[in-house]
Design a protein around this ligand. Sequence first.
Ligand SMILES: O=C[C@H](O)COP(=O)(O)O
Length: 271
Amino acid sequence: MTTSTNGAFDRKPFIAGNWKMNMDHVQGITLLQKLAWTLSDAKHDYSRTEVAVFPPFTDLRGVQTLVQGDNLDVVYGGQDLSQFDSGAYTGDISGQFLAKLGCSYVLVGHSERRTIHNESDETLNAKVHAAFKHGVTPVLCAGEGLEIRQAGTHVEHTLAQVRAGVAGLTNDQAAELVVAYEPVWAIGTGEVAGPGDAQELCAAIRAELEKLFGADVAAKTRLLYGGSVKANNAAAILKEKDVDGLLVGGASLDPAEFANIVRFESHLVTD
Ligand SMILES: O=C[C@H](O)COP(=O)(O)O
């Protein structure tokens, strides 16, 4: 993450909490209230760092009501969407429904969807297009498992997932897209990829986007790192040039911890 001479970030930092299958709709409201109070007490500047939460589908209506009722600057999104608009797809959720609930974002291709639900690159590309069709910005997730990391093919593996996910996007869509690099071996394990690992992959993804869409587009696309992020490692990862934000799992369930991650700027050590 680099800043220009006036102290503005090249791309607006994006700190996102993925609640996964945690927090029922009552617990979710309490969590979001506590997070908003904590950030308000700390006078968090939302115009400087965007804050997003990704609750389970069943929480979204309550989150929408709280955000609207209390005028919160927190944005929110779904953890998945269907590639289809409507119809006989039992259990699936249309991007149209997410848009109607005020979702700004939707996760696409989280490793837990790729592995547990066997979602293919082709399906995920259709989901990316479905999100844009309904006016919801996709956060496309990509990253390698441990065996691929050990074999040393993690860069090519991740880039192949990204290429498949962004196929057919317009330049405007590619600029709006968010991509999250999440090495599977670092998710929920306590194993954190070092800042250098996060930078290596984010730089490679940006270079790939530049090849596909041009330098102007690639300079706008925000790239996140996710995998065992905590308040004590967030700032170091975000200091890396091509890392524009974080996708946080477990630590986003603790409002104090997550608020500290959001407030990474106060932990930045100047060289
Ligand atoms: O979506 C979030 C990532 O899967 C990271 O989860 P984690 O922070 O619990 O490792």
